[in-house]
Every structure is written in C-alpha cells, then in structure tokens.
Design a protein around this ligand. Structure first.
Ligand SMILES: [Zn+2]
Length: 389
C-alpha cells in the first residue's frame, strides 16, 4: 500500500511540475470529458439515476442468497457476480449450448461482412499470406476494401487457442495509418486476437453468444483503426481520446444483440435454420438483469480512480478511501484487509499509460447512445437508463 501511495504522490508531483493542478487534470486533457469536474458531475448524475435500480438489484440478490444460504444471507461484494449470474440463469435459462450451433465462425464473419457492406460500403477479403509473414499458421489475413476508395488496410485474425497464447480478447495496432508527406496514405495493419476453439471433425468452430459479442466488439476496434484518416499515426483509430475508444465497439455490441442484424447471419450449421426470434429476445433480456448494479460497480471504480488521482496529499490512506468510497458509491460493505479482485481494473490502469480513465466505459456507453443518430429511434436519450433498469 505504501508503494501505491508513493506512486500516486509521484504522479501528482509530475503533473504539478508541468503546470497541472492534479494528475487527473493532466490525464483528462484531450479526452471527451476534458477535466475531473465533468467526470465527477457525470458520475454523480449516473449514480443518482442508478441508485434506486441498484438497490432493487441488491435486494433481489439478497433474496436469492437467503434462499440458497439462509445462515449467512448478508450480501457481500463477492456475492454480486455470483448471484447476478444465478438470477440470470433462473429467469432466462440461457444455455450457450443451444445458441452455439447458430453461431459458427463462418456465419459470424459473413454477418460482419454484410453489416459492413450495408453500413459502410466495405468488404472483407481473405488474403494469402507470404512465408514468414504470420506467427502461427492458423492466423488469417483480411484485406479491408471500400467500394470506391479501394484498399483501406489489413486485419490479421489470430482467432484460435494455442498453448502459451494469452487468454485475452484484444485488438492491437501493428502499424497505424497516417497521411505521408507525398500525399499517399500509409495503410493501417492491426491484429484481432481471440481465444476460440478449433473446429472439430464433425463441426466448425462454434461461438457462444458471449464469444460472438466479443468478436463484434473487437471488430469494432479494428474498423475504427481501418476507417481513421489522420495526419499522424499516434492519434489514428483506437489511439484516439481514451474515453472515445470504446464507442465503435460498444456500437458493434448493440448490433450483435439486435434481432434485425442477428437474423441476417445466425443459421444452424447443420440445418441452415435461422435462430428463432424468441431466443434472441431472451438473450437480450437476460443482459438487463442486475445491469444497474453492474454499472454502479463501474461508477465506484471510476470514483475511486478520480479520488486517488485528485488533490494530494490524500486526506486519508488509500485503504480508508477505498472503504469510504465503496460504502458510499457502491453500497456493499468493505471487508477489512481484502481487496476485490475486480478492483484490479482500477489498479491496473494505475500502472498502464492510461490511468485516471476508469470512467471511460460508462462514458462511452452514454456517448454511443447520444451521438449515433441512427440509433436514437431505438435507444433515445430518454431511454438511456432503461438499459440499466
Ligand atoms: Zn474494447
């Protein structure tokens, strides 16, 4: 803990050395939120709107805990992910095994191809790789081609599990796009990394609904990189303001959960039968279970992040601040000498180049709903909070 406090104090000194009031002011410069005051107002507003719904979610979880564990029914922080899962399973019985046959990798890629062609006039073409070009033989290369502008860039799809490969879905840039001095455009090259199972003798690679949503999410990042047109490569695509970076991929998640999109590509790999509408609706509804409590947890992380990177010296120890903020913003009791594993999502950015941006996820959700006009009839601003209901 003393290391953490030292790190935060050093960040504060560095920020002040270059003329900022706090590290938060420095880190938020150039983001959409612009300054800590906006982030705080945003978090307060979100928290206000969420609080009743969060309370309801916690009550539902407590009831379920009373049913399953009557001797010890007080709701603790580690109960949140477990009991929200139990409630989701009880209400909607989403068995991934029932969905997987409709989401073969080929069908999902065709779905993406047709979505991009309808929305953006873009097609994806598999391209042969040269010897030594890829790091594993199951990596595929896609050329991204626009109907009038031509080749926009390349995506290497490193989709399959293999020993020693990090088990993490992500997108990263190999070469950013940029306008060169001679007027030509340096084409972006990115990698999409997933951990999908290989096909078997009897079946192609089949994705669970979660895997399909992740594929859409990561593809949102890849397309962001492909479509960016900037003079400098260090601000291109996903290298944009941190609290905008997730907007295209959250947009893609909405597509992955919209029947009108899913209906176009989800086909049973054996029979060719489309995924029944009721199954898509059940899947979408299940995501709303305990969504307020989930978002409240994100608000707590973001609030903690802001205080740690706010005015120094901190008024209390980092542990006392954690306890106070958890109880005030999140609402579940702090347990002495414990740190939730999930709190690492706040602590990790402390050590990465993007600290002080834990608000980004919630911010991106709202920006996505607010800015994309073609989504407004579906998810108008007044309906924003229904998503968390
Ligand atoms: Zn992402």
């Amino acid at each position: 803990m003393s290391r953490l406090e030292e790190l935060l104090a050093s960040r504060n000194s560095l920020a002040q050395l270059v003329g900022y009031e706090t590290f938060a002011h420095r880190a938020l410069q150039g983001t959409m939120a612009r300054n800590p005051e906006t982030v705080r107002r945003f978090l307060d507003l979100l928290s206000d709107q969420l609080s009743k719904r969060t309370q309801k979610d916690f009550e539902m979880m407590t009831k379920m805990k009373m049913k399953l564990n009557p001797q010890n029914s007080k709701l603790m922080p580690w109960d949140h992910p477990y009991y929200s899962g139990v409630l989701r399973a009880e209400r909607y019985n989403i068995d991934p095994g029932l969905y997987c046959p409709f989401f073969s990798l080929g069908a999902c890629m065709e779905g993406l191809n047709s979505l991009f062609s309808q929305l953006l006039g873009i097609s994806l073409y598999a391209e042969q790789t040269q010897r030594g070009e890829v790091w594993s033989e199951d990596v595929r290369k896609l050329a991204v081609v626009h109907e009038t502008e031509g080749l926009l860039g390349y995506i290497y799809c490193d989709f399959f599990q293999r020993p020693d490969k990090p088990h993490q879905d992500c997108h990263f840039t190999v070469r950013g796009g940029r306008r060169k001095e001679n007027g030509e455009y340096q084409l972006p090259v990115v990698v999409l990394m997933l951990s999908l199972p290989h096909s078997t003798r009897g079946a192609p690679t089949l994705l669970s609904p979660g895997m399909m949503e992740n594929l859409f999410h990561e593809m949102g990042h890849a397309m962001h990189s492909m479509l960016g047109r900037t003079r400098y490569q260090h601000v291109t695509g996903t290298r944009c303001p941190t609290d905008f970076a997730e907007v295209p991929s959250i947009l893609m998640e909405y597509f992955a959960n919209d029947y009108r999109v899913v209906n176009q590509f989800a086909r049973h790999y054996k029979t060719g039968q489309p995924l029944p509408k009721t199954m898509v609706s059940r899947l979408c509804e299940s995501k709303k279970v305990c969504a307020a409590a989930d978002m409240q947890l994100q608000v707590f992380y973001a609030a903690l992040d802001q205080i740690y990177h706010g005015k120094h010296p901190l008024k209390k120890s980092t542990t006392e601040i954690l306890k106070e903020t958890q109880e005030k913003v999140y609402g579940l009791p702090y347990v002495p000498n414990t740190v939730s594993r999930n709190i690492l999502t706040v602590l990790i950015p402390l050590f990465l180049p993007a600290p002080c941006t834990a608000h980004s996820h919630a911010y991106c959700c709202i920006v996505m709903l607010k800015e994309f006009s073609f989504f407004q009839p579906l998810y108008s601003e007044s309906k924003v909070l229904e998503i968390f209901s």
